[in-house]
Design a binder for this molecule. Structure first.
Ligand SMILES: [Zn+2]
Length: 389
């Protein structure tokens, strides 16, 4: 038995208008200082007023939100008693909103004590809306939450399928002015979600089409969104759709080895999530196709119209297409190219290997690497050399 989970999704130009039709009395908007400074909060508040709702704002979410921030947000919610929680921002804001909502509904549970088993019985007090302002994480349609425990210097992965948002508003107006660097980093995250969602052990009939479509949208529109920015509203809109479509794909399947390596790097090196996973993706494809057949990379390559006479040629074509895309949007092709010094890399290597092997995304990779193989792959990623085992 398996499930396909999704919020109600409103997308395209003017999608935010739908907020004026939501029924309720009070909303708590969970966001960060940057989003508040961009004037996005006022846009959301205006629509809530049209809906006859009051709104309060919690704008203390930081990148990689910590348990303490979530607890403060939950105190605000408990005092304000909203019937809607609205996450507005990138993945960090959406994760914080999910976690604050759970704490508000279930103050008896610690934020790091939310596991995907049993029942949470959410939606007794409020429902959740997610409004992404980047085109990347897919957090608007997925349920896992990543928080940071400042006291113990660790990341905690929590969440339950019940905490998937009720409504996701995919309005391209929120991403029209995204900086080029953020566009490139988050776009590589979308591509990695889609390729891994299509090739993980948990891929299924319901997610395959979503993943293929998202891969195609990234190749067609990411370079334009990066190069033309505000000038190309179509590219912005299609990339915003692609992020959510890939979120539905990998969220109902699973990410794999590039995410395991990327998560590991993100915790130990100064490199954003999307840049890290996008950098690792070609290396993990090369590793997989040399030890596990058939891989399904050929299906992706054929769908994109790339040379794909056999599995090896197809994987090679896909790797080359990913590297060409990365070059075109000025993404690094190696960890060295990402500005990580050899000293720092060597010092962190044992922890990078251990974290990657313990990451849940690694367990669904088609080819599960041994310790030494993970170390070798990371060395290839550092040097930017082709994987040859
Ligand atoms: Zn990701």
């Amino acid at each position: 038995m398996w499930f396909f989970r999704s919020p109600e999704i409103v997308f395209g130009e003017g999608a935010l208008e739908y907020l004026a039709q939501v029924q309720g009395t009070k909303a708590l908007i969970v966001t960060d200082e940057n989003i508040a400074a961009l004037g996005f909060v006022e846009k959301v508040q205006a629509k809530l007023r049209e809906a006859g709702m009051q709104a309060s704002v919690f704008s203390e979410v930081e990148p990689n939100p910590c348990l303490q921030t979530v607890q403060r947000g939950a105190q605000v919610a408990l005092a304000y008693e909203p019937d809607w929680i609205i996450g507005l921002g990138g993945g960090s804001c959406l994760d914080a909103a999910k976690s604050i909502w759970i704490q508000y509904e279930r103050p008896d549970l610690a934020p790091d004590d939310v596991a995907p088993i049993g029942r949470l019985n959410l939606r007794q007090k409020a429902h959740l809306i997610a409004i992404p302002t980047t085109s990347g994480t897919g957090a608007e349609v997925t349920w896992p939450i990543v928080l940071t425990d400042l006291d113990e210097h660790r990341k905690v992965s929590v969440g339950h399928s019940e905490n998937i948002p009720d409504l996701a508003i995919i309005d391209p107006a929120f991403v029209l002015n995204l900086p080029a660097q953020v566009t490139a980093d988050t776009g590589m995250d979308v591509l990695t979600h889609a390729v891994e969602g299509y090739t993980s052990h948990w891929r299924n009939d319901f997610t395959d089409g979503l993943c293929l479509k998202a891969v195609q949208l990234v190749f067609d529109y990411l370079p334009h969104a990066y190069e033309r920015g505000t000038e190309d509203s179509e590219a912005r809109e299609r990339m915003h759709n692609a992020a959510t479509i890939a979120g539905l794909g990998f969220g109902n399947s699973m990410a794999a080895a590039a995410h395991a390596l990327g998560h590991s790097m993100g915790a130990l090196l100064p490199i954003p999530h999307g840049r890290a996973v996008g950098l690792c993706l070609p290396y993990t494809i090369e590793f997989t196709v040399r030890g596990y057949l058939p891989t399904r990379y050929a299906e992706i390559a054929r769908f994109l119209g790339l040379p794909a006479a056999d599995e090896e040629e197809a994987a090679g074509s896909l790797v080359q297409a990913i590297r060409d895309l990365a070059r075109r949007i000025d993404q690094p092709l190696s960890l060295q190219g990402a500005g990580i010094s050899r000293e720092v890399f060597e010092a962190q290597l044992p922890a990078l290997v251990e974290n990657a092997l313990n990451d849940s995304a690694m367990t669904v990779a088609l080819r599960f690497p041994e310790d030494e193989e993970v170390e070798q792959i990371l060395r290839y990623v550092y040097e930017g050399r082709l994987v040859d085992f």
